[in-house]
Design a binder for this molecule. Structure first.
Ligand code: PLP
Length: 446
């Protein structure tokens, strides 16, 4: 019970004693994950670079799991935040009206929603992605007065129990310690070769004897961030929306990882011909790594009673300030989006180059925009490649059911030089590991 309390002092103690990593082993729960893959003590970060206490610098292709689209300590956002703090601006405000929130709402409406012809109500949820998903599921169930939600194979929506029920991964689900209910699992696009997964869903929904209760909503990621970077096609998403309309289900797009510019547009579904009823955003919404999440829904679905869904930390004004600064800096015109698309093309080209060094089908590309990766034959190989990368100065993670996808999620603001350097490391990692594991597999080496 006291663990959290003790942990609040840990940074101070470490700085004073500089005892290596012992304090983490002594004090911190075994639940640690990223810290196991990247076992260093980090002290400084700027842009796409992060530095350890010993002064070793890494290029960061993880970027706070997609929370740092504008880079670490982005100076434009930092300046706005420092000014705000120095002016005595409010930090915590529950759901009070504050000037910082007012600025955010104006900016979000004028730079994001209006130019895209989108009309949505903003719900400030608790500040994590899972909070926004919980709110989305609850409002959908309330609006439709039904329990079930369709979620997809390999979907990841967070680890609080409501969101976890919609998450596919068995390892995470296993942590619940209770039955996870209220979700019907359906196959994502491409889950089975040559299978029309929309036709499959339609067959089940239209058959009174299929055993499927009519769901309230469908919850989908347009690119499955944690599930292995499978990207849905616009055709599939449009067909999914049509299915939702036909069977009176709400369409929820979880844009927590794919949104905020990651795929090259602010929302990941732009230009795809869909208009979700509910959208979740978090991760890079504050732009500075500060916790912040919202659930957006069409005004007719705003059926909450006052305070019915609440949370102490819905008023993180520092996050409102940096989010506003990020929108003003990067989304006042389309030049940032264009730059992201160009970098996404560059990443795609580097991926093709690596893949083409091996027999067809041995490695394959996944993802879209600046959310791309390479599928390896298994998770061990992908893990060895990311380990090699870390030794060479690059932080990069894996995703997918078995961790078989090497996933590049670098800041969108990364310089082309760092982007190329990171991919140089990855390229040599692929060749090195694959040559060690499967001699003569590489055509180049053969
Ligand atoms: N939804 C998606 C698509 C995610 O990628 C994540 C986290 O990776 C979440 C929800 C959960 O967000 P959080 O970890 O902030 O609760």
């Amino acid at each position: 019970m006291n663990k959290k309390k003790s942990n609040t002092n840990k940074n101070k103690k470490i700085t004073a004693e500089k005892p290596g990593k012992a304090i983490f082993d002594e004090m911190e729960s075994a639940v640690q994950s990223y810290a196991r893959a990247f076992p260093e003590i980090f002290v400084h970060a700027s842009g796409a670079r992060i530095r350890t206490r010993e002064g070793r610098e890494y290029i960061d292709f993880l970027a706070g799991a997609g929370s740092l689209n504008y880079g670490h300590n982005n100076l434009h956002l930092q300046e706005a935040l420092i000014d705000y703090i120095q002016s005595g601006g409010i930090t915590h405000s529950l759901d009070f009206h504050t000037e910082a929130k007012e600025d955010f709402l104006h900016t979000f409406r004028d730079l994001i929603l209006k130019p895209r012809g989108m009309e949505y109500v903003v719900q400030f949820t608790g500040p994590t992605g899972a909070n926004a998903v919980e709110a989305a599921l609850k409002i959908a169930r309330k609006v439709k007065n039904r329990t079930q939600i369709i979620a997809f194979t390999n979907g990841f929506h967070g680890v609080t129990t409501g969101a976890l029920a919609a998450t596919g991964n068995a390892y995470h689900r296993g942590g619940a310690g209770m039955p996870l209910s209220g979700v019907i699992r359906m196959p994502y696009e491409g889950y089975m070769e040559d299978m029309d997964t929309i036709a499959y869903m339609e067959r089940l929904l239209s058959d009174a004897s299929s055993g499927i209760d009519l769901p309230a909503a469908v919850l989908v990621e347009t690119v499955q961030g944690e599930g292995g970077l499978t990207a849905a096609s616009a055709t599939w998403l449009r067909a999914l929306q049509k299915l939702c309309r036909k069977y009176d289900m709400l369409l929820i797009v979880d844009d927590i990882q794919a949104g905020c510019g990651r795929t090259g547009s602010f929302f990941s579904f732009e230009g795809m011909g869909i208009s979700p009823d509910i959208i979740t955003l978090s991760k890079s919404l504050s732009g500075y790594g500060l916790p912040f999440a919202v659930t957006l829904f069409k005004p007719e679905h705003d059926q909450w009673k006052p305070g019915e869904h609440n949370g102490t930390f819905r008023g993180n004004n520092h996050a409102f300030v940096t989010a506003t600064a990020a929108l003003r800096r990067y989304w006042h015109n389309d030049s940032f989006a264009k730059a992201v698309k160009r970098k996404g093309d560059l990443v795609a080209a580097r991926i093709s180059e690596i893949i083409s060094a091996y027999p067809e089908g041995f490695l394959s590309p996944r993802g879209r925009g600046m959310m791309r990766g390479i599928v390896c034959p298994n998770g061990d190989i992908a893990g060895d490649i990311t380990k090699y990368a870390f030794e060479k100065g690059l932080i990069v993670e894996t995703s997918g059911a078995d961790g078989e996808v090497v996933k590049c999620l670098c800041p969108l603001t990364i310089s082309e030089e760092d982007l190329q350097k990171g991919w140089d490391i990855l390229e040599s990692g692929f060749h090195q590991i694959l040559e060690e594991q499967i001699p003569n597999r590489s055509q180049k080496a053969a």
